[in-house]
Design a binder for this molecule. Structure first.
Ligand code: TRP
Length: 333
């Protein structure tokens, strides 16, 4: 894959993967791994900006690795590595910090949010979070960055920093663009229909890949329904639409069609529908969950994955940093 475009993205090691992450992000990575030269990074350094206590970091990093591999990410195919294993990241971060202005960093939406959330710890790392993210991307001279909507501002800043570097020191970096594989990203609704599935909102409405079968069933059976439509034109309320959308993700097409027909005939039985969704959800999640458990027990394998990833990432980083130091005039021999 010498000529394939370079894709880079980062995953924060905070919290368990849920169904929204699976269909929104991981599946996107898995689909692109064959066609692009991919760098997928666990952003452990970034997590220090919000989680200075590192007691659980190791466990979280292992879990992120296991979960992504269980979902189909192939560490032989992509460079799957930890940010802190590639020290060139910190060097490029430092150089880019001299090109980033306090004013623009303070205007970043995510920074302002974090200031509100943790007023007792407004550290400089938080302020320069987008600079570190830019270093991650530019280190591999990546042009495509699969990210969600919430990262678009960071990506715009990455383009600004890349251009600023290029103008000052010479054309080294491509302009990184947000990127999704294939058509639009699948949106995974929360089980209560109140928006996207997310880890910060209603826990009972979020299905995690680590949930045991009985938890999955309990969450689904608890989902809100009503007494059903009264005529064939009744539009689906959000909480019913959410059940249909989730079913579309994990159930067979015939099954979804059957319940849609029942809905328009006003003969739908939501209890049966939720039972069916629970069966299909469990069938979908349990193999992944068990696979994660197996991988987590195999510490040797985890180590081997991290070493292999770090080696690939360092090789690419080394080439870029030689160009960077050269361009910046930091070569004195
Ligand atoms: N900031 C990203 C997030 O919160 C994670 C991330 C770190 C990232 N480095 C990156 C994403 C580089 C894309 C490219 O999700």
């Amino acid at each position: 894959m010498m000529d394939a475009k370079i894709v880079m993205s980062g995953i924060r090691p905070t919290g368990l993967l849920h169904l929204g992450n699976y269909f929104g992000a991981v599946q996107n990575y898995v689909r692109m791994q064959q066609s692009y030269n991919c760098f997928f990074m666990i952003a452990d350094l970034h997590s220090l900006t919000t989680h200075p206590d590192t007691k659980e970091l190791k466990e979280n990093v292992h879990r992120v690795i296991a979960e992504n591999i269980a979902c189909g990410l192939d560490p032989n195919c992509v460079a799957f590595y930890c940010q802190s294993h590639v020290q060139e990241t910190s060097e490029l971060y430092l150089y880019l910090n001299m090109l980033a202005y306090k004013g623009e960093l303070e205007k970043t939406v995510t920074f302002k949010e974090k200031v509100r959330q943790q007023p007792e710890n407004v550290n400089a790392g938080l302020l320069t979070y987008p600079v570190l993210q830019t270093a991650d991307i530019l280190l591999h001279r990546a042009s495509l960055v699969p990210v969600g909507k919430d990262q678009e501002q960071h990506l715009e800043m990455a383009r600004n920093f890349a251009n600023r570097f290029n103008h000052r020191y010479g054309e080294i970096f491509p302009e990184p663009q947000a990127f999704n594989f294939g058509s639009d990203l699948v949106k995974v609704p929360s089980l209560d229909g109140s928006g996207k599935m997310s880890k910060s909102e209603n826990q009972n409405a979020t299905i995690y890949l680590a949930d045991e079968d009985d938890e999955i069933r309990k969450k689904i059976m608890r989902a809100k329904t009503d007494s059903g439509p009264t005529d064939s034109q009744t539009p689906k309320p959000d909480y019913i639409e959410a059940i249909f959308l989730l079913m579309k993700l994990v159930s067979k097409e015939e099954v979804v069609n059957k319940f849609n027909e029942d809905y328009s005939k006003c003969s739908i039985r939501y209890g049966d529908m939720k039972n069916q969704l629970a069966d299909d959800m469990i069938e979908f999640i349990s193999p992944i969950r068990n696979n994660v458990k197996d991988i987590l027990q195999n510490k040797k394998y985890l180590q081997q994955v991290m070493e292999q990833g770090a080696e690939k990432a360092r090789k690419s980083a080394k080439t870029t940093m030689e160009l960077v130091r050269q361009a910046m005039g930091l070569n004195y021999y």
